[in-house]
Design a protein around this ligand. Structure first.
Ligand code: NCD
Length: 365
């Protein structure tokens, strides 16, 4: 592809071209000091991105705790670059040309699957979506059978979502390609936590360590909460868990985050209110009396949000139940809501993960 085409493309503000990163895992490989030449003067943005690429420090991305802090910073710096790149009209790159990415989804998903698909396609990969939910599983195929089938298809990257906690780890041990956990049961959803962090960095500045974040709602069934607690704490943020007693996991006390069963108390003074969806598909039994009651006590509206810090922002991983977890006027208010920013950051962050995993493969690791 012609380099000149992208010249003006990535030159916009907000790209983090130099950051002091000193990951032992990445130090030599990717953090070639930025030459100081503005992006707008560079001949080929693909080449620029190549110089910023680094081999992913692990063969797979299974958990938010797979990455140490410098690795997270480096990945988000790269994602920032992809985000600016994605705002331009010409968005295709060839960093994954020749690579096959399989989106293996055992649970329904629109946004996560679409986000990985767009990310893979923008990088030039051949992307195949496989929804396993109804057919093979109904016919009795096990995860291991599916893994064996996939091995024979020789993909390079496997993005997996499964209802079982631990499914992504199991698959990673059975296949030869890089596995990315796109949500396993109630366990982890690492790319969601990383994209949330990217969104926070862009909203509040690169140093997020002074932020306090209240994660609110159905913590019990949420892989988003588990990955976010781990990642935000690793970045030095204060994390609070807020929800009704029936939706707080018994092990929450061990997560090292204060637990609140009163919403107003829980979000008082926080910089970020991260709302979660009621995961009805994972509930067996009545965890909440009624959605009306839930909204009254746990739904985010203007009155409750007024107790957060001035300038506080609101997040939700989606899909959201309006009028249940969050009032529409809050979700749609660009002055407080980061929800669309999260979606945009998702594509960029996933591009960074995929490109970096491919770079590791190129390096023969
Ligand atoms: C989250 C998930 O699937 O865990 N959504 C997502 O990734 N788009 C949160 C949710 O489903 O509530």
């Amino acid at each position: 592809m012609g380099g000149g085409r992208y010249l003006a493309v990535v030159g916009g503000g907000g790209v983090h071209l130099d950051s002091n990163n000193s990951s032992p895992a990445l130090a030599e490989a990717h953090r070639a000091p930025y030459s100081g030449v503005p992006m707008t003067q560079m001949a080929d943005v693909t080449e620029t991105l190549r110089t910023r690429l680094f081999p992913f420090p692990r063969p797979h991305l299974l958990s938010a705790s797979d990455l140490d802090r410098p690795d997270v910073d480096a990945l988000l710096d790269l994602a920032d670059l992809f985000l600016e790149f994605g705002r331009q009209s010409a968005k295709s790159l060839d960093l994954l040309r020749g690579r096959t990415l399989i989106n293996l989804f055992f649970e329904n998903s629109t946004r996560t699957q679409g986000s990985f698909e767009i990310a893979g396609k923008r990088l030039g990969a051949d992307v195949v979506n496989m929804a396993v939910g109804a057919s093979s599983v109904a016919k009795g195929e096990t995860l291991i059978d599916t893994a064996a089938t996939l091995v024979a298809m020789r993909p390079d990257l496997l993005v997996v979502r499964h209802w079982g906690s631990g499914a992504a780890d199991l698959l990673a041990r059975k296949v030869q390609c890089a596995v990315i956990n796109a949500g396993d049961g109630q366990h982890e959803h690492p790319t969601q936590a990383l994209l949330d962090l990217l969104t926070l960095r862009r909203a509040f500045g690169d140093d997020v360590s002074s932020l306090s974040v209240a994660i609110c709602g159905d913590i019990q069934h949420s892989r988003v909460a588990r990955s976010n607690v781990a990642l935000l704490q690793a970045m030095g943020c204060e994390v609070r868990l807020v929800g009704p007693p029936t939706l707080l996991p018994s092990e929450a006390a061990r997560w090292g985050a204060p637990v609140f069963t009163d919403m107003i108390e829980g979000i008082s003074g926080v910089d970020v209110v991260m709302m979660l969806r009621l995961q009805r598909e994972r509930m067996n039994g009545a965890f909440v009396p009624s959605t009306r009651e839930y909204f009254r006590f746990w739904g985010l509206d203007g009155e409750k949000l007024a107790h957060a810090a001035p300038g506080a922002k609101v997040m939700h991983p989606g899909p959201m139940n309006r009028g249940v977890e969050i009032e529409s006027s809050i979700a749609d208010d660009p002055a407080v809501s980061l929800i669309s920013d999260q979606v945009e950051a998702g594509v960029a962050l996933r591009m960074a993960v995929l490109a970096s995993l491919a770079e590791r493969m190129e390096a023969g690791q």
